[in-house]
Write a protein that binds this ligand. Structure first.
Ligand code: SAH
Length: 351
């Protein structure tokens, strides 16, 4: 049975489902989900990510974490964690650059939170020398000093969508009409936790129910030492409908091919700050371009360029531009960092 037929059957039997339920099945259904059944990254896949574009991205994040580790007195051992590590490329780059910092790699205990068996296999290959431990969920992270990264992880978490209507909110649901999946609006209901969004009638607001718990857990783990870096595309606050599907690098209707396209939503950075603030220090949201420049990405890119020529040099220059330029990922992607109260924030982010 296809995931579309499975969803249609379920909706006919028990009624419309939330956008979050739809997204969760599309991405992580045990046998028909997008991430569970494939490696979607890279030129042959559906989308690419910063670590897959160039090693210099992971190197800068590695230097940032290693600096934070030095600033906090080199706790050893420590948990080096990544949420949603994809092919393991980012962690491999962090560990390679980390070798320049004496003791860092030796003290690191690699923990990867990954739901996809396919991607776990790719990570095992990329990190074969480092004996990583895989975890099903963020709550399984052990206690102790924790230095953590997550790139394009939060945007894969299911979101719910609500449209302002009078004093209430109408939730957007996925339902069926004439054998096809379609969107509908539930009757207006009060949702007090959304009322701080002072928006005109008809405005759509998104919220990610899993995000506060995940961020609070990370904030708790780093509270006694460590740091966390979240990199994703999004804004300071939820703005309109940002649910999008990508297949073969092309946008498409999120309902068109359930389980066959990557589904994401923009990340609400204010929600991250709100969830972390009770226990951790939170940086301002900083654009990826500014963050990477402050960490020295251009000097590193120039050093690598000196060894390249021809098409390899052209590709390298294009990758640097793509990661940092305001018209490309430089402004679209944002970074937010968490640190223990009283500790210096990791370098590169705005305080
Ligand atoms: N960070 C990688 C991959 C980003 S794609 C990169 O930058 O290239 C999103 C990643 O998060 C994939 O590895 C996916 O399998 C994983 N993922 C998505 N939802 C998840 C969840 N709820 N729990 C654990 N892993 C999840």
């Amino acid at each position: 049975m296809s995931l579309r037929d499975l969803l249609l059957t379920r909706i006919r039997a028990t009624g419309p489902i939330t956008v979050a339920d739809y997204m969760a099945d599309c991405l992580l259904h045990p046998t028909l989900g997008y991430y569970t059944t494939r490696d979607p990254l890279g030129a042959a896949g559906d989308f690419t990510t910063a670590p897959e574009i160039s090693q210099i991205f992971g190197e800068m994040l590695g230097l940032c974490l290693a600096r934070a580790w030095l600033d906090q007195g080199q706790p050893a051992p420590f948990v080096l964690a990544e949420l949603g590590p994809g092919r393991g490329t980012l962690m491999a780059d962090i560990l390679r650059v980390g070798r320049a910092v004496p003791g860092f790699v030796q003290a690191a205990r690699i923990h990867l939170v990954e739901a996809s068996p396919t991607l776990r296999a790719a990570q095992a290959e990329a990190l074969a020398d480092h004996a990583p431990v895989w975890l099903d969920q963020v709550e399984d992270l052990p206690r102790g000093p924790t230095f953590l990264v997550a790139n394009e992880f939060l945007d894969a978490l299911p979101i719910r969508q609500h449209v302002r209507d009078g004093t209430g909110w109408r939730e957007r649901l996925v339902t069926e009409s004439e054998g096809a999946l379609t969107l509908a609006l539930a009757p207006a209901m009060p949702v007090p936790e959304l009322d701080f969004h002072d928006v005109p009638p008809g405005t759509l607001v998104e919220r990610c129910p899993a995000l506060p718990g995940i961020i609070a857990t990370v904030a708790d783990r780093i509270a006694d030492g460590g740091a966390a870096l979240f990199v994703d595309y999004g804004h300071r606050r939820s703005r309109g409908d940002t649910l999008q599907a990508l297949r073969s690098h092309q946008p498409e209707d999120p309902l068109a091919n359930p389980g066959q396209a990557d589904l994401t939503a923009h990340v609400d950075f204010e929600a991250i700050a709100r969830a972390a603030a009770p226990v951790a220090q939170v940086s301002a949201m900083t654009t990826q371009g500014v963050f990477l420049e402050r960490l020295g990405i251009t000097a590193r890119a120039q050093a690598l360029a000196a060894r390249l020529s021809g098409p390899a040099l052209d590709a390298h220059v294009a990758a640097h531009r793509r990661l940092t330029h305001p018209g490309e990922m430089g402004d679209l992607f944002k970074v937010i960092a968490l640190a223990p109260p009283g500790a210096p924030l990791p370098p590169g982010v705005d305080p």
